[in-house]
Design a protein around this ligand. Structure first.
Ligand code: SF4
Ligand code: SF4
Length: 412
């Protein structure tokens, strides 16, 4: 580890020592590896100093959803460092069980959690839940409901009931660089509360990273996790390079954006180039300034970590007004809608069972019908249909406009 890196973390803590009694507080501890023999004592040191203490927040019998970051396609295997590490999930789970909580483990289930088969790269999650006798919750299958947003647009989000209908959400996030947001951490981990294709639609509606970051921060504020943990034990520098850099830090606290701010500062990165931190700062001035919150913990002996440079955030070209208007229309009023092919449909009813807003009605021997006025375009039915009988098509006005303008009527 460079001495510069160590100096940065030490100066961060020295600079904030006078603020320890103020809120929010971020607890920091040295975490050398994900080996349970070293991780468990490190995590217990973190629990001793974290504010508020876990035992004050989580009471016996509370229903707690533990939210790790699990979904990274083919990179979902435990040591990829692109998903939350199973060892950290395990120690957080054990601490919650010690508090007497009813723990559920769940993440965005919009894709493979909705299907009947478990991808090999994610079998470990099921093993972990089974070994601890913990319910594994699919956000897709748990249903969803609309929650008002704090933004002018969109006015509401379709969020998983699994994350809304519990006493506490405990955020078990993983730190990693992100080419749209600069970093993915505690705030971004909660964005998975938006079910199904809702997340990708927000990304299409907000191609500029700052606009997307405002929605991500807003979702995190709506969900309000009770406690957050952020893992920088090791950090992978990119999806392509299969190499994790030892950083050796574990953070905990109640305010996700404060955890992200400490992590970015510890990595020696420029917080003003991280859109989610800028969005949180715009929303609550001073909320990401280290001088406004306390940092407590044990970090005197940092590991010999090799750091890497902050990834540059990719900014798409600025759109002209009509380009922006067209893109918005194509992803809202003129968007393609789910349609059932009556020939390939076997009437199994899976689509009606998974639809979170009950927009699909089964009709016995006839194919189900979709009430498009109620449909939230989450695309969970497309994922769930075993015969691929549901696809998206332009219908109504968007179909007519495309016919008139000679544009393709086929969707991808
Ligand atoms: S899931 Fe597919 S096959 Fe089953 S009823 Fe729905 S459309 Fe038909
Ligand atoms: S009908 Fe609409 S809301 Fe229901 S699962 Fe399909 S896409 Fe989602």
């Amino acid at each position: 580890m460079s001495s510069g890196y160590q100096d940065r973390v030490v100066s961060l803590l020295e600079g904030s020592s006078k603020q320890q009694k103020t809120r929010p507080t971020v607890a920091v501890t040295h975490s050398p590896s994900h080996d349970l023999r070293t991780l468990r004592p490190a995590f217990h040191r973190l629990l001793e100093v974290m504010q508020p203490p876990m035992t004050k927040v989580i009471k016996r019998g509370d229903r707690v959803l533990l939210k790790p970051f699990l979904h990274h396609g083919r990179h979902s295997y435990p040591d990829s460092r692109l998903v939350s590490h199973p060892a950290l999930i395990q120690v957080v789970m054990e601490a919650l069980l010690d508090c007497g909580a009813q723990v559920m483990l769940g993440d965005e289930g919009s894709r493979s959690f909705a299907s009947h088969t478990v991808p090999t790269s994610r079998e470990w999650v099921h093993d972990l839940a089974r070994r601890h006798d913990i319910a594994l919750v699919s956000f897709a299958k748990s249903g969803a409901r609309y929650v008002r947003s704090g933004l002018r647009f969109p006015r509401r989000y379709l969020l998983a009931r699994a994350i809304l209908d519990v006493d506490h959400v405990v955020n078990c996030a993983n730190f990693q660089p992100h080419y749209v947001l600069g970093m993915s951490g505690a705030v971004k981990n909660i964005f998975n509360a938006v079910v199904g294709a809702g997340q990708s639609r927000l990304q299409q509606l907000f191609p500029q990273s700052m606009d997307l970051a405002k929605a991500i921060v807003d979702v995190c504020d709506v969900v309000r996790p009770s406690l957050s943990f952020l893992d920088l034990t090791s950090v992978r520098s990119s999806r392509e390079v299969d190499e994790a850099h030892p950083v050796g830090l574990l953070l905990a606290g109640a305010e996700p954006s404060a955890l992200d701010a400490v992590a970015v500062r510890a990595m020696g990165w420029d917080a003003t180039r991280i859109p989610t931190l800028c969005a949180a700062e715009c929303r609550r001035p001073g909320s990401t300034k280290l001088s406004n919150f306390g940092v407590v913990g044990l970090v005197e002996q940092l590991p010999d970590a090799r750091c890497f440079d902050q990834v540059p955030v990719k900014h798409p070209a600025t759109e002209k007004f009509y380009q922006r208007a067209t893109r918005r229309l194509n992803h809202t009023i003129l968007r393609p809608r789910p349609v059932i092919n009556p020939i390939t449909c076997t009437r199994c009813g899976d689509c009606a069972r998974i639809c979170p807003v009950n927009a699909i009605k089964s009709h016995g021997d006839s194919p189900p019908t979709i009430a498009h006025a109620d449909c939230a375009d989450c695309h969970l039915c497309l994922e769930a249909c075993p015969t691929g009988a549901i696809n998206t098509q332009f219908i109504g006005v968007s179909w007519a406009l495309r016919r008139l303008t000679g544009r393709s009527l086929i969707t991808n």
